[in-house]
Design a protein around this ligand. Structure first.
Ligand code: NG1
Ligand code: ZN
Length: 555
């Protein structure tokens, strides 16, 4: 870095001192904290994003959101050129940057990093960072801090996309770097065109089906509801009633996280909605769950991320097998696509059994979409979902080009064949479903298209398998980093002895399964328990909370 650049950085960073007594850590979804603590962090992440843009010669994204956390929190995360999460190799730098005590320490860190990573400032045509934020009031000033950080790197441009969903921003970054249009309009366009294609190829017999076109969506009082309202005006076939569009408090008694964890109706829903298909988005619209209201109660039948995954897997497996069979019923050997499913330890055991019964390859990764995404990218068609509703489907470049060739070939030889339709459907799914990151809006449209295709009500879908009762609890402990896990977080290796104690407890319950792990987004240890009855799952979870206290000490 030249002297002018160094003095700009010294000067600008002195305007953003770090709060005392706080240690920031770039967790599974970037930095998150009480919004009042985040200005310096966001400013510094702005610098990081500009450097990443220089290093990759691409547009980078910076999103300000704390997703499903309470409204007083906020957060910041970086999207890489592909639209995925920031490469893990830069995370330690992000941590060091956020915690540098003063401007001089910050400058030293930047100098060292630029040398170490061999970041060349000269000859970069454009240095650009796309900025987005959710509806949190604190987002406005944090965006300003991000802009100051970005423009502290000479020549860097901060392009403000305004209030967007997290997946919209990731999608825009990906599109821009692919040389295609990166506006909200083009995002909606892509969703609507591919949805139309899926609807056009619905099997003839299903055209007059009974699947209701009525859907009620809980927008979590966040950005998702607002965007769905816009999208809906261009959507002819579904009648969507969007509730919790932003008049109430964000994520308070509403949203996908609440619905999935509490298994209760969100605010604004009640017994009158019984029998209608309902969905819930989280605060930044990257999570989606479905539910139906149980008669005369505030309880719900939850259709979570695992069931969304199962629905997608079933549909995609069917389309791939139509395509790989030839007209005469013999297998077509021209391309054998690999189809893989990725879950975490939070996946309901019944879902894993179901997917395996379908003959699918199921693999596990630690919690955090960056791990799931990376694993899913190893397949031609990789489907990943967290039980909480975050997930998507990834298509490899290989299968996409094969599908293009195949569909063109079939268009001239057997236009109306099932194989041709299957190829077109798969191509449409690859455009409808967000290839950058889990996306509640695109996921919702794909669910709707598949239900229509299968001619399934939400009840029929929910009955694919019966969830094992489960309970999730969180515990505040003195030091959550003392918990070290292994085997995709299913085993605790430290503190020593706690795993044996958990095993002894778990063995007491039929179909018992239990694990603990430190949260990457909150200062808590999470406990998950599953068993054959709700009482048993609750009791197992509570006994393990006691073990956590014995071994780690409550805060
Ligand atoms: P943590 O706080 O690490 O459990 C939560 C979710 C993750 C993921 C991240 C990112 C649960 C149990 N954990 O992480 O799955 O979505 O937030 O938002 O839902
Ligand atoms: Zn979210």
């Amino acid at each position: 870095m030249n002297e002018q650049q160094r003095s700009i950085l010294l000067d600008s960073s002195s305007r953003f001192p770090i709060p005392s007594g706080v240690k920031f850590s770039y967790g599974t979804s970037g930095f998150r904290a009480d919004a009042s603590l985040l200005e310096s962090t966001v400013f510094r992440v702005g610098i990081l994003a500009a450097l990443r843009s220089i290093h990759t010669r691409s547009v980078i994204g910076l999103m300000i959101t704390a997703s499903h956390n309470e409204v007083s929190d906020n957060g910041v995360k970086v999207a890489d050129p592909s639209g995925g999460m920031l490469t893990q190799s830069w995370e330690p730098f992000a941590d060091a940057l956020a915690n540098a005590p003063d401007s001089h320490a910050l400058l030293k860190l930047l100098d060292d990093f630029v040398k170490e990573e061999n970041i060349i400032f000269e000859g970069v045509p454009t240095v650009e960072v796309f900025l987005g934020r959710d509806t949190r009031p604190s987002g406005t000033s944090l965006v300003e801090a991000a802009k100051q950080g970005i423009t502290s790197i000479m020549g860097a441009i901060a392009t403000d996309m305004g209030v967007v969903t997290t997946p919209q921003l990731h999608w825009m970054v990906r599109s821009k770097n692919k040389g295609t249009e990166a506006s909200e309009y083009s995002y909606f366009d892509q969703l609507l065109v591919s949805l139309r294609c899926l609807l056009d190829y619905i099997p003839q017999g299903n055209k007059s089906n009974d699947v209701s076109d009525k859907l009620i969506v809980d927008g979590a009082d966040g950005v998702g509801g607002e965007k769905l309202e816009k999208l809906k005006t261009r959507l002819s076939y579904l009648k969507i009633d969007v509730r919790n569009r932003g008049d109430g408090v964000l994520n308070e008694g509403v949203g996908a996280d609440y619905v999935q964890k509490e298994k209760l109706v969100p605010r604004g829903f009640g017994p009158v909605d019984t029998g209608i298909r309902c969905a819930s988005l989280d605060g930044d619209a990257d999570r989606l769950v479905y539910f139906s209201v149980l008669p005369n109660s505030n309880k719900i039948d939850l259709v979570d991320g695992d069931k969304i995954l199962s629905l997608f897997a079933l549909f995609l497996k069917e389309q791939l097998s139509i395509l790989s069979g030839s007209e005469d019923g013999k297998a077509n050997k021209s391309y054998q696509a690999s189809l893989g499913v990725v879950q975490t330890a939070y996946a309901n055991g019944a879902s894993t059994d179901y997917l395996k019964q379908l003959g699918l390859e199921v693999v596990f990764t630690p919690t955090g979409v960056k791990y799931l995404h990376e694993k899913a990218a190893e397949y031609d068609v990789g489907i990943y979902f967290e039980a909480n509703g975050h997930g998507t489907v990834l298509f490899s470049e290989n299968i996409l080009s094969w599908l293009e060739i195949k569909s063109n070939e079939l268009a001239s030889t057997s236009k109306d064949s099932e194989q041709h339709k299957a190829a077109l459907r798969l191509l449409a799914v690859s455009k409808l479903i967000n290839q950058a990151v889990g996306d509640a809006l695109s996921g919702l449209l794909l669910v709707e298209a598949i239900l229509k295709h299968m001619d399934w009500s939400i009840d029929k879908w929910s009955e694919l398998y019966q969830d094992l009762p489960s309970r999730q609890l969180k515990v505040k402990v003195v030091d959550r980093t003392a918990v070290i896990t292994a085997n995709a977080e299913t085993i605790v290796v430290r503190p020593t002895g706690i795993q044996d104690a958990i095993d002894v407890e778990t063995a007491k319950y039929p179909q018992g399964r239990c694990f603990i792990r430190p949260s990457g987004t909150e200062d808590v240890v999470r406990v998950y328990a599953e068993a054959s009855t709700q009482e048993a799952a609750d009791s197992l979870a509570h006994s393990v909370v006691k073990l956590v206290d014995q071994f780690l000490g409550f805060k």
